[in-house]
Structure formats: C-alpha cells, structure tokens
Design a protein around this ligand. Structure first.
Ligand code: IMP
Length: 427
C-alpha cells in the first residue's frame, strides 16, 4: 500500500498529527497538501512535546522526506521560525522540501485576514488570522507570490508591487490601515529566501519518483472535512479542500496513485471558530471533554467547542473522501461517562428526521441531533494497546461506529503519548 492519504473526518483537530507521526515511521515520504500554519499538530515523542504547524509530522524521523506540497500556503517567516525551533532541539531537517509552486503568505494577507474578520463583526468566521483566506484569494486571482519567486529577487519585487497596488487602496481606504511599502516587504522576504532556498524544488517529481520506486508515501491533510471550502459548513470553513481528493492537486499526483484513505475522527467532536455544530454541548459533559481532552487549539490557544460524536457528519466524510479505514482518537477521554451518545439522525426545524447531512445550510443550522445512548465504561483505558484489553462497553462503542459508517476502525488513540494506541493498520 504505497500511497496513503490521511485526512480529518470532522472539523479539524482530530489528532491527525499523532496518527501521521505513527504512520510516518513506516513511510519514506510525508507530504502536506493543503492549508498552512492555521493547522497545528502536537506530538509527544519520548516525553517531549513538539508543536508543528506547516512542517509535516514525519520530520521527527531522520530518514523521512518531508514535503510541503504545492497546495499549501506558507508563511516564510513562520516556516523559518519552525525550522529554527526544531534545529535548536536537535531535529535533523535535511529531509525537508518545499514545493516551488506553494503560495506564500505575505504580511498583507495577515493584515487583511484580521481586518476582514473585524469588519464582519458578529458574522465573522473565527479564522485563525494567519492570512490563509487572503493568500488563497490571491492564488485564484493569479497575483499570488510563490516559493519559487524567492529564487528570483527581481520577479519577487515586481510581483509584490503588483499585488500591493490594489491592496494598499483597500488597506488605507476600507480599513484605515497604513499603506505598505513593497520594497520593504520584498527585502524582508529575501532574508527568508536565504534560509529557505535549499529546501525549494519540484515536489511533484520527487513524489512521483518515490512512488515509482515502490516507496511508502503518506499524504497528510490539515483541518477537516467539515471545514472544506466546497463541502463544509460554508462560509464557516477554511479556504482549501481538506478532503482526500485534494491530495492529488495539492501534491501533484494522479488519483490512480492513491491506494487507501485513512480518516481520522475523535471519539467525540470538537470545533474551533464559528459555525453550526449540531451535537455541541454546553453543559457539564462538554466541560468534562474540554478538561479531560485538553481541548485548546495548538495554533491559537482557543478553547474548542465540544460535543458528542456525529455519525451523520462522519458518514459524510467517508463518502466525500472514499475513506477506507478510520482512526478513532482520544477514546480514553470518554472513560467515566455513565452513558455516551452518538447522533444517528437529525431532526429539522420542521420535525423531519434526516439520516444524511443536509446540503442546504439553512436546514443544517436548524438541525438538532437525535441521539442513541450507549452504556459508558469506568475503566481507565489510558495507554491500552490491544483491542482485547478494551472494556466491553468501549468496544461496543467502537463497533457501533464501525457499523454506522461501514468502514473498519483500525487505529484507536488511548492516551497522549506516541505509544498510547491500539494499532491495527495494515494488519
Ligand atoms: P482559516 O483557515 O484561518 O481561514 O479559518 C477558517 C476556519 O477554519 C475557522 O473556523 C478556523 O477556526 C478553522 N480552522 C482553520 N484551521 C484549523 C485547524 O487546524 N483546526 C481546526 N480548525 C481550523
């Protein structure tokens, strides 16, 4: 199974970092294919905590090639800081590659992200304010700056001038912010260029060669299905496609090269930012999930909204990405609940029962979950490594999920550490 895509099956923060980290050990190449430093992965390895934002999780394995693909958006300053932080802790970065076609987040993207959110007021999206949306906007408008532009100072300056021409008007007139000097931005970017130059290249070719040589390639998605710009809870979404299909465009490989798709879902659901969330809890159960699950964002530190597992959303994710197997993370967080709930159906404002996610957002906003109760378990399962060691009720919970989504659960997270996992991937 040389080519595996790992994606988030919920609203992001499903624990993909840990899953990718685990699978990276069996991979020769790990590729990020969309998103930017709006993502955040926490990995606990040998008692040390690493927080990664745009560098693929495989970087902790010295022999793994880690590719930041063309579909990503990269903040050059942020990437340089991430590189420095890892180097200072002795992590070897010789395996890092950055696609020359990846778009770069410029300081004006970050300013515009914040200013647009302020202007939206109570209609704001709750973005990470990392400039993700404005950068993808420029990509589509064909006035973006790409990693390869760092290799040609004359072109870089010219492109920044072009992009800033209209933006300075917007910054000044619409948002009453200071105009930016293209020359100053370009010279700052050229400093980053010195640091990033050795990493920039043709990542699609590199991945193709690895696949032809029979190597294992892991495509690492960021965010999650419900934040997909086409299929998520628009407009409360990110500006890229976190579903499996995007691995092809975002890495430069054809769909026939992908062998399997691993969807990652938390045993419950969390969401950061605004937007609908039918199974959201605003009670002691939700607070327990926040506390036990340490549900605070890696990137922005925001407290995550928590709720029961939404099986409609999970089935939707399986459909959209052709998920072939599931990783269920943080099952240990649910220990001690007298009952756990899953939503099998929604009830609309009109009292209609739905078993599939409604496409119409007006309907979706008005949906309430219809829960099925499953008996909880008291046993502490932290660090459990064998499926046979799970308490009967925990196993029944996993089986209920498998049955509902019709794909096997091959990986179960049972604690924070790298080794706290029941791992049946590929068995
Ligand atoms: P943006 O990606 O910063 O534009 O934010 C758009 C929406 O996606 C907001 O609701 C964010 O909270 C959410 N979001 C972006 N990245 C992540 C992530 O890595 N995990 C969870 N939510 C995210």
């Amino acid at each position: 199974m040389p080519a595996t895509v790992v994606i988030g099956a919920q609203w992001g923060d499903e624990g993909k970092g840990k899953v990718v980290d685990l699978l990276a050990e069996r991979s020769d190449v790990v590729v990020r294919f969309q998103g930017g430093n709006n993502a955040g992965h926490t990995i606990v390895a040998d008692g040390e905590t690493y927080k990664l934002h745009v560098i693929p999780s495989g970087i902790l394995y010295p022999d793994t090639l880690c590719v930041i693909g063309n579909g990503t958006v990269v903040d050059p300053g942020g990437l340089c800081r991430e590189i420095r932080g890892l180097e200072e802790r002795g992590v070897d970065l010789t395996g890092l590659r950055l696609s020359g076609n990846a778009h770069l987040i410029m300081p004006y993207h970050i300013m515009l992200d914040g200013a647009a959110e302020m202007r939206l007021g109570r209609f704001s999206i709750g973005t990470t304010r990392r400039g993700i949306g404005p950068c993808y906007q420029d990509k589509a408008a064909r006035i973006g700056i790409r990693a390869q532009d760092l290799l040609d100072p004359k072109i870089l300056v010219r492109k920044i001038e072009i992009a800033l021409d209209a933006k300075n008007e917007v910054l000044e007139r619409l948002y009453q912010l200071p105009r930016l000097d293209p020359a100053k931005i370009a010279s700052e970017q050229l400093e980053y260029a010195d640091r990033l130059r050795p990493f920039i290249g043709d990542s699609s070719l590199l991945i193709d060669r690895a696949l032809r040589a029979g190597e294992n390639v892991l495509f690492e998605g960021a965010q999650g299905t419900m934040l997909d710009i086409d299929h998520g809870t628009y407009p409360f979404v990110t500006s890229s496609n976190p579903i499996a299909g995007a691995a092809c465009t975002g890495a430069g490989v054809g769909p026939t090269r992908i062998d399997r798709v691993l969807g990652v879902a938390k045993a419950y659901v969390t969401r950061v930012g605004e937007g609908p969330f039918p199974t959201e809890l605003d009670d002691a159960d939700g607070r327990r999930m926040i506390e036990r699950g340490r549900e605070f964002g890696t990137t922005t530190g925001r407290q995550r909204r928590c709720g029961w597992l939404d099986l409609l959303a999970l089935r939707y994710a399986v459909r959209l990405s052709g998920i072939t197997e599931l990783a269920l993370t943080k099952l240990d967080v649910l220990s001690g609940f007298p009952v756990v709930r899953v939503s099998d159906e929604y009830e609309t404002r009109d009292g209609e029962r739905l078993s599939e996610l409604p496409y119409h957002q007006t309907v979706f906003h008005g949906c309430r979950p219809v829960y099925r109760e499953i008996a909880g378990w008291d046993e502490d399962i932290e660090g459990c490594r064998e499926i046979a060691d799970l308490p009967r009720n925990a196993l029944a919970y996993v089986e209920a999920i498998t049955e509902a989504v019709e794909v096997p659960v091959t990986l179960i997270g049972t604690g924070q550490g790298r080794a706290d996992v029941i791992d049946q991937v590929g068995r």
